[in-house]
Design a protein around this ligand. Structure first.
Ligand SMILES: *Cc1c(COP(=O)(O)O)cnc(C)c1O
Length: 246
């Protein structure tokens, strides 16, 4: 009889090797080093036990898109694996009134798309530092919209400079770069080429903002060819999600 935990670990190990292979191949074809591309396991809708197994397999950066789910999972992983070195990134939409718990656990918030949200996170991060839950400002990415669809989040490119300047000036935050999701039904390569230009524009104003978080299961190869430094992968690592997640 096979232990279901061993079975799941083997499944995740195989998926992880395949995803790392895809990243390596995309990097090779773009003449980039795979060391330049961070892999974030998007564990939304998945149990903390999956994150624990991925940690055993050497992956320690996780992405979540809902604050409540994430806050519970972070605490559960801490119970399952005390002192784990996991880094949790929020990649989904954030309401201003939920900024405080996120500032306590997030290694990075990738979905800052308004000045009002940046201000709320700035205050929350400073209080988290005062309260001893953080030791440093909160790294954030500005999420930029590539299709002007407000439902999917992201600041329109016309608002990028103002928002980035605001984040860079906030004492509680650290501007690390840009995040985007390819538009539905559009050619991802074209959207990511637009994104690469926006990233260059951002770096000309803020030279330290070098992170470009782009690419998911369906389009990570194109994203890497367009300069992504962080791919956010759910389905290809953890399997199809049964629950719909916006
Ligand atoms: C769910 C999600 C992902 C991962 O999507 P997959 O297609 O399952 O790899 C990446 N980024 C964001 C913002 C997400 O919400």
């Amino acid at each position: 009889m096979t232990d279901p935990v061993d079975e799941r670990r083997a499944e995740l190990a195989e998926a992880l090797a395949a995803v790392r292979g895809r990243i390596a191949a995309a990097c090779a074809s773009a003449h980039r080093s795979p060391d330049e591309v961070e892999l974030l396991a998007v564990t939304k809708t998945r149990p903390a036990t999956d994150a624990a197994l991925l940690l055993e397999l050497g992956l320690c950066a996780f992405g979540e898109n809902r604050v409540q789910e994430a806050t519970g999972k972070v605490a559960e992983l801490d119970r399952l694996r005390p002192g784990n070195g996991a880094r949790w990134h929020l990649v989904g939409r954030l309401q201003r009134n939920k900024a405080r718990p996120v500032a306590a656990w997030a290694a990075r918030v990738e979905s800052v798309d308004s000045v009002r949200l940046a201000d709320a996170l700035d205050g929350a991060a400073r209080r988290a530092v005062q309260g001893g839950e953080r030791s440093a400002p909160l790294p954030v990415l500005v999420q930029v919209s590539l299709d002007d669809d407000p439902a999917r989040g992201g600041v329109p490119p016309s608002g990028l400079d103002e928002l980035a300047d605001r984040v860079a000036a906030a004492a509680g935050l650290r501007l690390d770069g840009l995040m985007a999701v390819a538009p539905l039904g559009a050619e991802p390569a074209r959207a990511f080429a637009d994104l690469a230009r926006l990233a260059e524009r951002l770096r000309s104003r803020h030279p330290d903002a070098r992170v470009l978080s782009a690419g998911m299961t369906a389009d990570m190869d194109e994203a890497i060819r367009c300069g992504s430094t962080c791919v956010r992968v759910g389905t290809a690592l953890l399997g199809e999600r049964r629950l719909a997640s916006p």
